[in-house]
Design a protein around this ligand. Structure first.
Ligand SMILES: Nc1ncnc2c1ncn2[C@@H]1O[C@H](COP(=O)(O)OP(=O)(O)OP(=O)(O)O)[C@@H](O)[C@H]1O
Length: 611
């Protein structure tokens, strides 16, 4: 480690500790030793042991001043520092603009100190940041444009004196978001059901969902009053309102233009992208038997009629995302070589490889008694409900005899393979499992909320239907392709009339089984019943620790949090569908466990497996 890094660390510590206790002496921080090779306390180096990557100075009774420039203006330190944790001290001063030079930071946590002043606008330039915790300080002024940081998953700013509006974040990204007990004003941007009121409480000027107080005209007046108090005159407010009206008019004009463009584009699409297939019954049954042997080597002619009427659309390949599949036609699907990936209870799955290198999978669903129109509507509704952790269908095909779905091929396999594959979960550590559980729960919560009115649940949730995308994030596949969940058929005490309301609870059951697989590493038989029976019996005998996957037990992973997740799983697989929690409740419980996990990891300076 370079001398300039050592010096800056020592000077930073001297300033932040107010030169009082000289903690550096007891921690081994001195210029004649090396932070990595001589293992300075509270400093973690990278795996090659040649650069400083994490500084854990939380809870060290530091009473001095924060000078971020001392760390971040030293290039060789700023280029390697990923975590700076200063929580639970008595540090004063401000976060200076130079913090932006520490652009490798993934966690910046300074909670429970005496920091004050405005947050620098440059904070928004830390685009690797995942966790920002500035809670319980004396920060004031408006938030920088933190919504620019696309990977931010935890933002804690509660208990400060922050003002202004809440930025228009993509709240679906957050595991943790808290701005309670500040002086934020105005309407909360659309949280899309991802957050509850507790994230926003204690801000008298805030209104709108998820807070109980609506942004009625009286609360707008309250906003206006509070704005006036904060120095914005009524005249200014009128000017802003004028701009608002102008913007609205422009927006309406733009929308009208887009709509008229879309209308004409749709007409073109229906000609160009929708390949109408010869509907003769003989050809379809021929195509049907073709699928049984795989999609390759088609001998069946499909004829295109570019000007087919709208009535033919239901029997054609409907392309939903044309940029990805680039004008895919039903004929192309039939011509390309295909490999059978699986033949499940509900249909077969083929991997289809195209000449241009594109790889897709085609799911052929058998015996689904759903009219073509209902199927089409369902597919379009599903396509509208987009979530980053739900794999969208790229195209679908529907005739009386056939229902096909086209998806992008995910080369990283499924959660099933990750847990039970040849490595048997060894590379799949506890934090990754917990994070996978949280992501799936988040995505399911979103889908359930979006599709509640239509009653469309996943219907066949299991670990082989959770695929890993190119970033190894879990992605729910085949959402909404089944109408009922199999385990409902043999769940004792299930009232038959409760089918519709228990459809979503069927997913909760399926998710509970996935949690059990993640925790135990054990295979599921008979839709989870064997595994749940076994887990219940072991837990009843109070051998809880015996339940967990051995590879998890050999980690430092917290048994307490594993037990907490097990309790969530057990609630999800309750025999009575009504007694199971909703996915929203499940997601909240898992997030609480995850927060607990993050708090404990950040406080463990010896942990090398952070992020
Ligand atoms: N888009 C995809 N990309 C890559 N692999 C996939 C994709 N979709 C499914 N798979 C994998 O292909 C295999 C077969 O899938 P299939 O859906 O036929 O099986 P299943 O989920 O066990 O059965 P079913 O859904 O009919 O109950 C599974 O291992 C699954 O993980």
């Amino acid at each position: 480690v370079k001398d300039e890094v050592k010096n800056s660390l020592i000077i930073f510590l001297a300033k932040v500790s107010n030169n009082g206790v000289q903690p550096g002496l007891t921690w081994g921080w001195n210029t004649s030793s090396d932070p990595c090779k001589d293992q300075w306390q509270n400093v973690i180096c990278d795996s090659q042991n040649d650069s400083v990557s994490k500084l854990f100075l939380n809870g060290k009774n530091l009473t001095g001043t924060l000078d971020a420039a001392l760390l971040c203006n030293v290039r060789s330190l700023a280029a390697s520092l990923t975590i700076l944790a200063l929580d639970d001290n008595n540090i004063g001063g401000q976060i200076s603009a130079e913090i932006a030079n520490c652009d490798q930071l993934t966690r910046l946590t300074v909670s429970s100190n005496q920091l004050s002043g405005n947050l620098p606008e440059s904070l928004a330039a830390l685009n690797n940041l995942k966790r920002l915790d500035i809670s319980n300080n004396k920060f004031s002024g408006e938030l920088p444009k933190l919504s620019r940081i696309s990977g931010l998953t935890a933002f804690l700013a509660q208990d400060n004196q922050l003002t202004g509006q809440i930025p228009n974040f993509d709240f679906s990204n957050f595991d943790t978001f808290n701005v309670s007990n500040n002086n934020f004003q105005g309407q909360i941007p659309n949280v899309n059901g991802f957050l509850t009121a507790s994230s926003f409480l204690g801000n008298p000027g805030l209104c709108g969902d998820p807070l109980p107080n609506k942004c009625s005209s009286s609360s707008t007046t309250a906003d206006e009053n509070s704005n006036t108090k904060k120095g914005i005159s009524k005249n200014q407010m009128f000017i802003y309102m004028g701009y608002g009206v102008l913007a609205l008019v422009c927006l309406v004009l733009v929308v009208l233009r887009i709509c008229s463009k879309k209308k004409s584009k749709d007409q073109v699409d229906s000609v160009n992208k929708v390949a109408a297939v010869d509907e003769s019954a003989s050809k379809l049954s021929a195509a049907s038997s073709e699928y049984k042997g795989g999609l390759s080597k088609s001998q069946y002619s499909v004829t295109f009629s570019a000007d087919e009427s709208a009535a033919m659309v239901s029997s054609s390949l409907v392309v939903l995302t044309s940029p990805v599949v680039n004008g895919l036609k039903f004929e192309d699907l039939l011509k390309a070589p295909a490999e059978l990936l699986g033949r499940g209870k509900y249909g077969s799955l083929y991997k289809v490889i195209f000449e241009n290198g594109m790889v897709l999978v085609v799911k052929r669903i058998k015996d689904w008694a759903l009219s073509s129109n209902d199927f089409k509507q369902r597919m379009e509704r599903l396509y509208q409900a987009k979530h980053p952790y739900v794999l969208p269908a790229l195209a679908f095909y529907c005739s009386k005899q056939e229902k096909l779905l086209v998806y992008e091929y995910q080369q990283n396999g499924s959660l099933f393979r990750l847990i039970h594959g040849s490595h048997r979960g060894q590379a799949f550590d506890w934090t990754s499992r917990l994070s996978a559980a949280a992501s799936i729960a988040e995505a399911l919560t979103f889908m359930h909320q979006e599709l509640r009115a239509e009653g469309i649940a996943h219907g066949n949730l299991k670990s082989s239907n959770i695929l890993l995308n190119k970033n190894m994030e879990p992605c729910i596949s085949e959402y909404g392709l089944m109408e009922i969940n199999d385990q409902d058929n043999f769940m004792p005490g299930k009232a038959s009339g409760a089918k519709a309301s228990s459809t979503f609870k069927g997913d909760v059951y399926g998710f509970g089984v996935i949690l059990l697989e993640l925790l135990t590493g054990k295979l599921v038989q008979h839709n989870g019943v064997d595994l749940t029976v076994w887990v219940h019996s072991v837990v009843r005998e109070e051998w809880t620790a015996e339940v967990f996957d051995r590879s998890l037990m050999s980690e430092y992973a917290s048994e307490e949090r594993m037990v907490n997740l097990l309790q969530v799983a057990i609630k999800c697989v309750n025999r009575s569908a009504e007694a199971r929690p909703s996915m929203n409740q499940v997601a909240l419980m898992i997030n609480a466990i995850r927060e607990e996990e993050e708090r404990s990891t950040v406080y463990d300076p010896q942990s090398m497996s952070l992020l």
